[in-house]
Design a protein. Structure first.
Length: 113
């Protein structure tokens, strides 16, 4: 299990962020990504599962127990692991600092509060 990581790929970051909100199956992850990006990121199932497997292989997510209300036994649910939560937090902090730098240097104009 790895806690060190290079910056996540954009889709991996989206998957981890979605799972931070609770366990989901692959289709649910895909739908949440579509919704949260206002349809701008429409990931194909094969591509999504490649990223899920990579995150799972690195110990950032794991299979979860399906909720009792789930009737489709074929669906595999995933959950964020403690290592995944720490890595997600570190990556989001890294991105926050990058945005702050871009604002300080005038590359990015801060959005008024």
């Amino acid at each position: 299990m790895s806690t060190a990581h290079a910056p996540f790929r954009p889709l991996e970051l989206l998957v981890l962020t979605v799972l931070a909100g609770g366990d989901r199956h692959g289709y649910g992850i895909r739908q949440e990504i579509l919704e949260s990006t206002h349809g701008q990121v429409d990931v194909e199932a094969g591509n999504l599962y490649r990223h899920i497997r990579r995150l799972e292989d690195n110990g950032f997510l794991a299979e979860a127990t399906a909720p009792r209300s789930e009737t489709d036994e074929r669906r595999i649910f995933y959950r964020l692991t403690p290592s995944g939560r720490r890595a997600l937090s570190a990556e989001l902090q890294r991105l926050r600092e990058l945005v702050r730098y871009a604002e300080r240097t005038g590359i990015l104009v801060p959005v008024p509060a």
